[in-house]
Design a protein around this ligand. Structure first.
Ligand SMILES: [Zn+2]
Ligand SMILES: [Zn+2]
Length: 210
């Protein structure tokens, strides 16, 4: 079964402008099947999302997540409901996420000015690579894609939305056998995903000017 997921979203639990409620509303309207709220160094956005979806019985799956600021750059982690300390080595962060039963994806690699990892050794240790980030320049997404294939890693995409209106601009299409947390994580880890999306560079630049 093919499911559509935006696996990189920020809420006002970190530097995003929108509430978790607003993000979920847009995601449901845009018919996404799965979202991950990946706030910087906190799972609180994800925990709130899990609660809202459960309480209101909404037709969307929350894959809990976080974007960890490691010493070598930003690292996305899915399937974790505990914070991972910022500033530690990426290798250590990957190990901790694994022990928590989660899956890692290298966030917007090569985007050195947005704390994307630039070292190739980082590609070796992660489970997946974010090969489409809606806020990245095409050249960086292409480079990420090239090295993702070379290191034979799973593929993820995300909007990296900091406002609800951009939710769904980056979509990971995941081929899952069963729609459970385990099923989704397993599919990501075993490379059963593809990516699509549109970049929001112009919208992003304009929003900075406002
Ligand atoms: Zn980032
Ligand atoms: Zn981000």
């Amino acid at each position: 079964m093919l499911l559509k997921a935006d696996l990189h979203i920020h809420s006002n639990h970190s530097d995003g402008k929108s509430s978790v409620k607003e993000i979920i509303k847009v995601a449901v309207e845009r018919k996404l099947d799965i979202i991950s709220i990946t706030d910087h160094n906190t799972v609180n956005g994800s925990l709130e999302a899990l609660e809202i979806v459960r309480e209101e019985n909404l037709p969307i799956v929350i894959l809990p997540g976080i974007e960890i600021s490691t010493a070598q750059g930003h690292l996305l982690a899915f399937g974790v409901t505990k914070d991972v300390e910022a500033g530690i080595e990426m290798g250590e962060a990957v190990q901790i996420v694994r022990e928590l039963g989660g899956v890692t994806s290298l966030a917007h690699p090569f985007q050195f000015y947005r704390h994307g990892a630039v070292r190739l050794c980082c590609f070796e240790i992660v489970d997946c690579v974010e090969v489409f980030n809606a806020k990245s320049l095409g050249i960086f997404n292409k480079l990420s894609d090239f090295f993702c294939r070379r290191f034979e890693k799973g593929r993820t995409a995300g909007s990296d939305a900091h406002k609800a209106e951009f939710v769904g601009y980056g979509v990971t299409v995941i081929d899952v056998n069963d729609v459970s947390l385990d099923g989704i994580l397993k599919a990501l880890k075993s490379g059963k995903s593809e990516v699509k999306g549109k970049t929001v560079m112009l919208g992003h630049i304009l929003s900075k000017l406002r």
